[in-house]
Each structure stands twice: as C-alpha cells, then as structure tokens.
Design a binder for this molecule. Structure first.
Ligand code: RI2
Length: 320
C-alpha cells in the first residue's frame, strides 16, 4: 500500500456492505468504523495530512455503498469530526480511540434500548416483526431475560428474506416462531399484540424509513389498533433531514426479484426493487431509543438536542 492509498480491506468492507453480505443499519455502521480504524493503524502515510486525506477517501468510499441507512454516515461523521492531532502518531491514536469509543457506545445504546423496549412487552405477548433488526432483537432478548414468554409472527421479507434470520435468532432466544409470507400479515395481524420493526433512518418529522413493506404493515396495524413500536438507536436519526435534505431510497438490482430464467419467460416487464419505504409518524405509536421512548412527533426535539443545528459532512471536506 502506498501512502495516500485506501487499504484493500476498506474496499472489501465497502463491497460487502454494497452486496449486503454485511447488512443491517447498526452492523454496517460498526463495520465501517472498524474499517476506518484499520485504515489508521495500517496506513503508511508519512504525515498527518496524508492520513487525514486517506481517511476522508475511505469514508467517502464506505459512505457511497448504501444510500438510505443514516447510521452509516452518522458513524463516519462521529470518527471524522472527533479525530484530532497535528502529527501523524497523535492523529492515528485519536482515530483508534474515537473508533473504539463509537463501538462501545453502539453496544451500550443497543443494550439500553433493549431494556426500554422490553418494558413494552408483557408476559404472553405475541409480536409481529418485519425484516431483521438487531435493535428489535435486543428488546425481545431483554424481555426473555426478564422471564417473559413471547411468541412471534415473522414476515419473511421479500426479496432477500431477512425474516429467516430473525426467525432463527428468535428460536435461539426460546421464542416460538410462525414464519409467514409478507402478504399473510393481514391474516395474522389480529392475533398479535405488537408490531416491532427497526429503522434505517428516522426523519426530523418522525417518519420512519425502514425495509420495504413496513409502511403497509403499519397501516394495517393501525387499522386494527395494534401498536407499532420502532426500535432504533439515536444513530438512526438523520440530522440532514433537519436541514431539509430528503432521504434517498435505495433501488436494488432486478436480480433480487427475478432470476434470468423467469425474466426470459415473462418477456418485457419492468422490475422495480426499492429497498425501503417511509412510514408517516401517524402510523407509529412509539420510537424506542437508548434515550427513552418517544412519540414520533418528539423526535425533532431529540434530534435538536443531539445534533444542534445544521450538521457537517466531514467526508466531503476534500471535495471541490
Ligand atoms: P438494525 C435493515 O436494512 C432493515 O431494514 C432493518 O429494519 C434495519 O436495517 C435496522 O437494522 P437492510 O440492511 O440496525 O437489511 O436494527 O437493508 O440491525
């Protein structure tokens, strides 16, 4: 590796995130910060300025992988804004310290959130989930540790079927699981006490950006009076929306929806594969964060407290 180059492992992490071999909003944030830390420790830069440039390039590369989960830019921002040092070694050490602090905060936030979310769950409750969220699983795991017996109805979550992962992990927690196809949610919604979903981004107005199908589920739940809880660490709050920016919804490859053979059988059809949708705050009962439980309308105040006014995008510093 030449000075100024981005480490091969940063490129590999970026590819894994883009291909969703590494996925989930909190997990991609973790991996991105670990990649930045590796860049700092293994860099052959001869001075602080070169290392700074490498880190910005690495952050941009990681940032560009997936556009919707704000945990990714928030995590990169955490490190780039806090690193300091005029000489190479102090800058390097500061990146390592800051990255480790971020990773520790991430774990703590999920544990704290889990304790708060578990209070929503009563012994004997049945929970319906969508996709796979480590923040949701933290709530259920804590409830199980408290001795609560729970059941789960798990939506498979087409096209990538992350529901299978959720089903497996719930089974490991001792939660009996009924796995359903997404369209069967209507049939089962009246049998459940709660809908629990995660979030990839939460906008300043309290709307929740999460896996495609979340909005339909929330509308359905509201129709029958089932509470919808969003489990999301404050890392999922999108400070850019405070400054008027929109959340970009990722469109993924057609191949996730149909294979080549099916495509040629079907002939000329357009395939659309948006990965996320936006659930308006009126369909969400509560957002569970590590800072407590908020009505979606209260998110704006929390965001102001955490981010102040317009945030910066430190990975854009080197750009013209
Ligand atoms: P945690 C996932 O996105 C799902 O949409 C999930 O609800 C969200 O990230 C949050 O996950 P994807 O990476 O951070 O599967 O709670 O597209 O683990």
């Amino acid at each position: 590796m030449e000075p100024g180059d981005v480490r091969e492992s940063v490129a590999e992490t970026a590819e894994e995130i883009a291909a969703m071999e590494v996925r989930g909003a909190a997990t991609i944030a973790r991996e991105a910060v670990e990649a930045l830390r590796d860049q700092a420790t293994e860099s052959t830069a001869g001075d602080a300025e070169t290392l700074r440039m490498e880190l910005q390039t690495a952050a941009r590369r990681l940032r560009e992988t997936r556009p919707t989960a704000v945990s990714l830019p928030n995590a990169l921002r955490f490190v780039l804004e806090r690193m300091e040092g005029d000489d190479l070694e102090s800058l390097r050490a500061s990146v390592v310290t800051t990255a480790d602090e971020f990773l520790e905060r991430l774990d703590r936030a999920q544990a704290d959130l889990g304790r708060i979310g578990a209070n929503r769950l009563q012994d004997g409750d049945t929970v319906m989930t969508h996709c796979h969220s480590t923040d949701v699983l933290a709530c259920i795991e804590t409830a199980r540790e408290q001795g609560k017996e729970l059941d789960a109805v798990v939506k498979e979550t087409r096209p990538r079927k992350q529901g299978h992962l959720t089903a497996k992990q719930l089974r490991d927690l001792g939660v009996p699981v009924t796995l359903i196809v997404d369209s069967a949610a209507t049939r089962y919604i009246e049998d459940v006490d709660h809908v629990f979903v995660g979030a990839d981004s939460i906008r300043a107005d309290g709307s929740v950006v999460n896996k495609i199908g979340t909005r339909g589920l929330a509308v359905l739940a509201r129709d029958v009076g089932t509470p919808v809880t969003v489990a999301a660490q404050t890392l999922k709050l999108d400070p850019d929306t405070f400054a008027g920016h929109a959340v970009e919804i990722e469109n993924r490859a057609d191949e996730e929806v149909i294979d080549e053979e099916t495509r040629s059988d079907l002939g000329e059809v357009e395939v659309a594969n948006p990965a996320f949708d936006v659930t308006p705050p009126r369909h969400v009962d509560a957002v569970v964060t590590e800072r407590g439980l908020f009505p979606p309308e209260g998110i704006v105040a929390l965001m102001r407290e955490l981010y102040g006014t317009t945030p910066t995008r430190p990975w854009e510093e080197g750009e013209t």
